[in-house]
Design a protein around this ligand. Structure first.
Ligand SMILES: [Zn+2]
Ligand SMILES: [Zn+2]
Length: 607
């Protein structure tokens, strides 16, 4: 016999997150109930709450359609209207085995439960194996909507059957649900995977494999501009650039510790001529080799070694996504070798100032800094050296405070070899992601036995600052596509201007206009297709080209163009020389939008 369990709960007294979790999980019960009416043979998986709603996994005789979702949602609302109580009860294993004898996934879950700890939950005529966490009755479920269906393996393992996971969004009020849906819509509108395809920025081919981005000419142009700009900024700040190989002997990463901490995330080992080689997961050991290739004097410090270095991570194929989660990426990497903590502090400050400058030019605003610290209780994950951790943390805190930057500490987020500052960006989908980092490292120098000759003529150990500024080019371009919605500022726009001749007889002048712009390395195309002018203008707008230069008889006569600016429309007739000057200036000053100067970096507090 099932033994009822009293579970009345005063919802209003609970913290909002717990109240929501109960509503969301309860809604999953209603979804399972509805599904069994639609498919009496449906096999039920699990139905937990998630941070925007809930899901339930099912094995079904066919794929669900949008019509099915609408039907299920209506059926759920019927149960809501009936205000059916959720009744928990304790049952014996025999009863449970009998009740779910046709539900293989429930039987599988039962194996994990101790006798005496098996409970069920009933509302109306539906009973599910469940450990609790509901509202009192179905009328207390908030505002919800079934949103999507995705494939999911039972217990997350590819060896198990694939199920259909039905997602629902659920919030306390209709207003909150509507706000969430608006945000989803915004994320869809800005999605770099869609825009990247439409604007021919990148492709992912089945033949090249998941996570291996192919940069098309438009994407390669954006990438080159970013890299040139960054390398120039680095040159101005005393960095020296190197080029190091993507493949090294496995032993190098054993020595660095990457192999121990990281080999699951590396491509498999290649063996030739009795040697083992790997694709590098990080550039640090390569730059350490460069540093160690000669014995340096203290006078040469700080030594800043930089490279747009490619790295390789074996992400599971289910986890790669567009350009934001990939397997091969190119990092705006540098390692700054310092003699002492005071120099480290000055260099970290310089890196933070460079970050503020770079993000200002790119118009990025939606970020904050995270001071990522070790978890002192986790000796497994972090190098055991309390003094090193304390020194590093204090130093990073001082710099962040001095610059008056917005930051928050996070325990357990450090690299295995040292504390770091992470730059946390808010994506269009509303998720916070680490874009870039600055790490202070007392560990690798010891690991590699690095030395330099100090002022006293003795040998000393340097300290390394690892840093990225604009992250990997893959992640940065994904972020910029979403930030700009594909409307790249002129200096980054793959095609900066399109010349549109009104009729065939205007083509010679159109080519002349293009030539005048190209002379200054402006990226310009002539649209000489046999199309109507309006169609050409529309296509250039769809490709988000910043400038359209329409030329006809009057323009050819007056050595002018009829100027159309993205987002601003028709500007009328403008002399060609003026247009060339305007575009050059806008490009060279890296203006974000026509006539708008990049915002100055956030002011630093005095120190
Ligand atoms: Zn439940
Ligand atoms: Zn590094």
């Amino acid at each position: 016999m099932a033994t009822p369990i009293e579970t009345h709960v005063d919802l209003a007294s609970l913290p909002k997150q717990e109240r929501l979790a109960r509503m969301r999980h309860s809604a999953a019960h209603l979804l399972a109930e509805a599904m069994l009416e639609l498919f009496p043979d449906a096999e039920l998986g699990i139905g937990p709450p998630i941070d925007t709603g809930f899901y339930y996994d099912f094995r079904l005789p066919r794929s669900l359609t949008p019509e099915d979702l609408a039907w299920l949602e209506n059926r759920m609302r019927e149960s809501v209207a009936r205000r059916l109580p959720f009744q928990m009860a304790s049952i014996s294993r025999e009863e449970a085995l009998e009740r779910w004898k046709n539900q293989p996934f429930k039987l599988d879950l039962l194996k994990d439960l101790e006798d005496g700890a098996i409970t069920q939950c009933t509302h109306g005529n539906f009973t599910d194996l469940c450990k609790g966490g509901h509202v009192n009755h179905t009328g207390e479920i908030g505002a919800f909507k079934l949103t999507s269906v995705a494939g999911a393996y039972w217990r997350g393992s590819e060896k198990n059957p694939q199920l259909q996971r039905v997602y629902g969004a659920l919030f306390e009020t209709e207003e909150e649900l509507a706000a969430y849906e608006r945000q989803l819509e915004e994320a869809r509108r800005r999605d770099h995977r869609r825009i990247g395809k439409e604007l021919k920025i990148f492709e992912l081919f089945d033949e090249t494999g998941p996570g291996h981005v192919v940069w098309l000419p438009n994407g390669a142009t954006i990438r080159r501009e970013l890299q040139r700009w960054m390398e120039d900024l680095e040159l101005e700040r005393g960095y020296r650039h190197v080029v190091t190989p993507a493949v090294s002997k496995r032993q190098l990463y054993v020595k660095s510790g990457h192999w121990d901490h990281f080999h699951d995330a590396m491509y498999p080992v290649m063996e030739r001529e009795g040697e083992e080689y790997v694709l590098r997961p990080m550039n640090c050991p390569s730059h350490i080799m460069v540093f160690a290739s000669e014995l340096h004097s203290y006078r040469e410090f700080p030594i800043r070694i930089a490279e747009f270095g490619n790295m390789h991570r074996w992400e599971k194929s289910g986890q790669v996504s567009g350009m934001s989660r990939v397997r091969i990426m190119t990092l705006n990497d540098a390692h700054i070798f310092c003699t002492d903590p005071a120099m480290v502090e000055a260099e970290v400050e310089g890196v933070l100032r460079l970050m503020e400058h770079a993000y200002g030019v790119l118009g990025l605003r939606n970020y904050r800094y995270r001071l990522s610290l070790a978890d002192p209780d986790d000796k497994e994950k972090y190098v055991d050296n309390p003094e090193m951790w304390q020194k590093g943390e204090a130093l990073l805190r001082r710099v962040l405070d001095r610059l008056g930057l917005n930051y928050f500490p996070a325990v357990g987020e450090a690299a295995f070899y040292g504390p770091k500052i992470d730059v946390q960006f808010m994506t269009a989908a509303g998720k916070e992601e680490t874009l870039s980092t600055i790490q202070v490292d007392f560990h690798f120098p010891r690991q590699f036995g690095l030395e330099y000759i100090g002022e006293d003529g003795e040998r000393h150990q340097p300290i390394i600052v690892h840093r990225g500024i604009i992250s990997t080019l893959e992640r940065m371009v994904a972020l910029l596509i979403e930030e700009y919605e594909g409307n790249f500022p002129l200096w980054l726009a793959p095609v900066q201007a399109v010349v549109i001749p009104i009729a065939d007889r205007h083509q010679p002048y159109a080519r002349e206009v293009a030539g005048a712009l190209r002379q200054y390395r402006l990226r310009v195309e002539v649209d000489d297709r046999n199309e109507r002018m309006n169609a050409k203008i529309r296509d250039a707008q769809l490709q988000k080209v910043p400038y359209m230069l329409v030329v006809g008889d009057r323009e050819a006569e007056g050595r002018a163009v009829s100027l159309r600016v993205r987002g601003e429309g028709d500007q009328g007739s403008v002399p060609l020389t003026e247009v060339v000057e305007r575009l050059r200036r806008e490009r060279d000053e890296r203006l974000l939008t026509p006539g708008v100067h990049p915002a100055a970096p956030a002011p630093a507090a005095g120190g």
